[in-house]
Design a protein around this ligand. Structure first.
Ligand SMILES: C[S@@+](CC[C@H](N)C(=O)[O-])C[C@H]1O[C@@H](n2cnc3c(N)ncnc32)[C@H](O)[C@@H]1O
Length: 273
């Protein structure tokens, strides 16, 4: 608890503009990843292997971007740094421990970009205009990944276990006081999930997405007590690999229940939305 409090304070100091809830979530992820190290090891290794496979298919390796770089646990950062001229790590909040790790490991070509990639604020804006004008279709895309067009010589974009978290973050913002829920459409979260996939599909470079798509909560006797779609009805691209990730093994959330997520890896994201 003390380590978490210190990390929270240090992150607030180094990222003063990040939302408190995002900092809290990042510290929570750090703490849980430590507790669940063994249970998460296979998921992290398979994510890195999926990304490695895609890196091998990139002929020209100038700039790579990692969306949701987080703790760099499931990202093959050594390989990315040694094989690409530049690597840009994008996340809503970067923990100082991660910044320190990249500093100590001396990755001269790795940089950090702090950014909310959900498109939430843009959707609020678009929804307000629709309400004010009575127009149903503004004829513009949400374009949450449009900022990537400003990055030179982009050859690879990796979406690293961030998509379901965009949805989780959006649900919690919709329930918060300043979430503007009253102007947002009923399918706001589905629009944001679709916007991320559409954003990847629009990119003129190689793309790979690893994301959990659903989960089951199961009792020790094997009975499933909950089953949830994490993509809010949006169909993910066809995967080249899929596996289970015990996000909450027995005892993490409930003594007698585990939460197992289904994860997929897909490349060259091109979806018909
Ligand atoms: C499950 S973690 C990904 C793990 C990470 N790839 C790793 O190797 O440790 C999800 C990450 O997505 C980030 N995230 C969640 N919502 C985001 C958003 N709206 N914009 C940018 N990053 C976001 C979180 O801060 C977190 O680092």
């Amino acid at each position: 608890m003390l380590a978490e409090a210190l990390l929270f304070a240090a992150t607030r100091l180094t990222s003063p503009r990040s939302r408190t809830s995002a900092v809290r979530d990042a510290v929570g992820l750090w703490a849980r990843a430590g507790r669940c190290r063994a249970a998460w090891a296979e998921h992290e290794a398979r994510t890195r292997a999926a990304i490695d496979r895609v890196i091998d298919g990139v002929a020209v390796r100038r700039t790579a971007v990692v969306l949701g770089s987080g703790l760099l646990r499931d990202v093959p950062i050594d390989r990315l740094s040694s094989m690409f001229n530049k690597v840009v790590l994008v996340d809503i909040v970067h923990l100082p421990t991660v910044r320190l790790k990249t500093f100590l490991r001396r990755y001269p070509n790795v940089s950090f970009m702090t950014r909310d990639i959900s498109g939430y604020d843009r959707l609020v804006e678009q929804s307000r205009i629709k309400l004010a004008t009575g127009q149903d279709d503004l004829g513009v895309r949400l374009d949450p990944l449009g900022f990537l067009r400003k990055i030179d010589e982009l050859d690879l974009v990796i979406s690293a276990n961030v998509l379901s978290q965009i949805a989780v973050g959006a649900v919690s913002r919709l329930h918060s006081k300043d979430g503007q829920a009253r102007v947002m459409p009923d399918n706001a979260v589905a629009q944001l999930v679709a916007g991320h996939l559409d954003g990847l599909a629009q990119l003129p470079c190689k793309t790979v997405i690893v994301t959990d798509v659903s989960y089951v909560r199961r009792r020790r006797d094997g009975v499933v007590v909950e089953n949830r779609d994490l993509l809010h009805g949006i169909i993910p691209p066809p995967p080249f690999d899929a596996w289970d990730w015990p996000v909450a093994p027995f005892g993490e959330e409930e003594v007698d229940e585990e939460r197992i997520h289904k994860v997929i890896a897909a490349e060259d994201v091109a979806v018909d939305l």
